[in-house]
Design a protein around this ligand. Structure first.
Ligand code: AHR
Length: 632
């Protein structure tokens, strides 16, 4: 018999306990949630015409150049110059692995231009795989002269095609310069112009995540310091956001993507806005003066660390400062006078060694002196049980670190064995943030399995251990979040997308069941007086939700046998005689969700009866169940 002691809460559950980890990996941002359809819109990729082809209908009658003005405009040096004598020619953009087009949807084109010799008109066309036009419009530039102007034009698609192309046909004699050639679907999240893909944001919103960690991951560090993530380069007019090569574009990526760059169209303002939209806390992670230690290992010398530290201080002012401050005013000017209420920040991602400790100490001193209430997340490297981890962990605890960020990508049996990992963890000032975790069948981070039911069930089992120890483990996020089916570097991932659709893996549903049933207080749940960490294949945790007045029991059955389990629900609290159970189950541990069958593994809800203080539950083989029992 499993005993649940309803009246004896043993720990508080933080309201932001279960969050999400966002990184621009696997085309998660550019080519993913950032809904821009044009690849290399400002010609800043290493090869300036990457993603574009030029098509001449009459030979040599038009002229086209990529012009570089790096001394005048260092953040957006290149633009396209069209000098049309009397020809008709086009430029065609292939999109990010094609352009997803929906029949009947409006598409919003915009471009920056200056007309030196007016006369060129832009004929806009969406083309399907057979080069048939499936949507078209026109833009006749209105302004002339040396100044850059911006102009837009909209048109509607006449067919659905997940892999369309976009052409601009230049018609008429004249000379025009073009930059920031952009095309967005008309159905972005909250209809924001040049915004985010609504289906992908909706999947996140449905999870009600407690926080969003951004912008990564390794892209925080960069392969070298020049290519680290710098938040100040990601705010303001998009044409001024200086692009860099994405760290997942390197030879280090398991599936190198030569066309992977960061446009920063999704920048720090948009990240804060996204967090606010879906009711999550923002958790930015900043570079600590160290590039990725698996790559260059480049570090900023200590006497050149100031700008890095200043970036952290300025970010807090940007998020929370009032409009009388420099960065608070910047936030207001960008359209958000109210503060974003930033509460925490990470210093470094997967950094370690004495170099990390000495840089972290400088950041911590400066940030705590000015903002003592901001909680700081410290890195613990990449190996959750090696000597390096233990050494670093001991040092960080000695400094009374607020949070230590643990990462683990390990096989399913490691997750099962570690469901009790935190039961005997030190209970001192330092809390744990399990900032990245996922079950990996192999150690190459290219798992052939795309989050099958086995990996999700093992995650759920481990997560009961995180929840039971919510006094120590105060935040957790699965990683990575998104992957494009034609452009991923790392697997498994929680949500898969193509150019038009998205679906949650079994892991998505596990995460969602935890975050939407987080409760407020942990209560004891034991079998023969012991935590339930694998006895008979069972893993369990239990919480109360004081606001909703519910007792919630989460239990996984990792065995291939059905189980009938009796619960004694001890305590004075008067339970109602009817509750619900949401069950994830599949007899096949290799079961996947897919575009064709997106809910193959997804929760099924039914009613359960409570007999006074007793609940008898039938657990299917390989199942994870969340019972909810209301009380008065
Ligand atoms: O989640 C993918 C990568 O895994 C992250 O970028 C990095 O922090 C970790 O090594």
């Amino acid at each position: 018999v499993i005993k649940v002691k309803i009246d004896q809460p043993i720990a508080k559950v933080q309201p932001n306990m279960w969050g999400v980890f966002f990184e621009d990996i696997n085309f998660g941002a550019d080519g993913g949630i950032y809904a821009e359809l044009i690849k290399n819109r400002s010609f800043e990729f290493t090869k300036p015409l990457m993603g574009w082809t030029i098509q001449r209908k009459k030979a040599n009658e038009g002229e086209i150049l990529v012009v570089n003005r790096k001394d005048i405009n260092a953040s957006n040096p290149r633009y396209l110059q069209i000098n049309n004598e009397n020809g008709v020619f086009s430029i065609i953009n292939e999109g990010f692995k094609g352009i997803g087009v929906k029949k009947g949807l409006k598409y919003n084109f915009s471009v920056m231009y200056r007309q030196l010799a007016p006369g060129v008109k832009l004929h806009l066309q969406l083309l399907n795989a057979s080069d048939q036009v499936i949507g078209e419009g026109n833009l006749s530039p209105e302004k002339t002269g040396e100044e850059w102007s911006k102009q837009s034009a909209g048109f509607t698609a006449t067919e659905t095609d997940p892999k369309a192309k976009f052409a601009i046909v230049f018609e008429g004699k004249g000379k025009i310069d073009l930059d920031m050639i952009s095309l967005f679907p008309g159905d972005t999240w909250q209809n924001r112009p040049q915004g985010l893909r609504a289906d992908m944001v909706q999947l996140l919103a449905d999870m009600k995540p407690g926080f969003i960690r951004f912008p990564g991951g390794c892209i925080v560090e960069g392969t070298d310091l020049a290519n680290r993530y710098q938040w100040k380069n990601t705010i303001g007019p998009i044409e001024d956001r200086k692009m860099i090569i994405n760290r997942w574009n390197t030879e280090f990526a398991h599936r190198a993507a030569p066309d992977y760059f960061q446009s920063f169209g999704l920048g720090f303002f948009e990240y804060f806005q996204l967090a606010e939209d879906i009711g999550s806390d923002a958790l930015p992670i900043l570079n600590c003066g160290m590039a990725c230690q698996f790559n260059s290992g480049e570090v900023a010398s200590l006497d050149e660390l100031d700008p890095y530290v200043q970036d952290a201080l300025d970010l807090i002012e940007f998020a929370n400062g009032d409009v009388s401050t420099k960065w608070g005013k910047m936030r207001a000017d960008l359209g958000h006078p109210k503060p974003f209420n930033l509460k925490m920040m990470g210093v470094g991602n997967e950094n370690w060694g004495p170099q990390y400790l000495e840089r972290l100490a400088i950041f911590t001193k400066a940030i705590k002196a000015k903002y003592p209430d901001i909680k700081l997340i410290n890195s613990s490297g990449t190996d959750p049980e090696g000597d390096r981890f233990n050494l670093l962990n001991t040092s960080l605890r000695e400094t009374k670190a607020d949070f230590i960020d643990e990462h683990y990508y390990r096989p399913a049996d490691w997750f099962l064995k570690n469901a009790g990992r935190y039961d005997n963890y030190p209970r001192n000032d330092t809390k744990v943030f399990v900032g990245e975790y996922a079950v990996h069948a192999d150690k190459n981070y290219v798992g052939s399995n795309r989050n099958n039911w086995q990996s999700a069930l093992a995650s759920a089992s481990l997560m009961t251990g995180l929840e039971r120890n919510a006094d120590v483990v105060q935040m957790a996020s699965y990683a990575p979040l998104f992957a494009h089916i034609d452009a991923w570097q790392w697997a498994p991932d929680m949500i898969w997308v193509d150019n038009l659709q998205s679906y949650g893996t079994p892991d998505y549903y596990v995460q969602k069941l935890f975050s939407t049933n987080k409760g407020t207080d942990v209560v004891s749940i034991t079998l023969d007086g012991k935590n339930i960490i694998g006895q008979d294949g069972l893993y369990a945790s239990s919480v109360l939700d004081a606001g909703k007045k519910e007792l919630i029991i989460k239990i996984s059955n990792s065995s291939d046998q059905p189980k009938v389990v009796d619960f004694d629900l001890e305590g004075k609290t008067k339970l109602k005689n009817k509750g619900t159970v949401e069950e994830l189950a599949d007899a096949n541990l290799n079961q996947l969700n897919s575009f064709a069958n997106p809910e193959a593994v997804s929760p099924k809800k039914s009613v359960v009866k409570i007999n006074g203080k007793k609940l008898t539950a039938s657990l299917k083989p390989y199942s994870f169940s969340v019972f909810k029992i209301p009380f008065n």
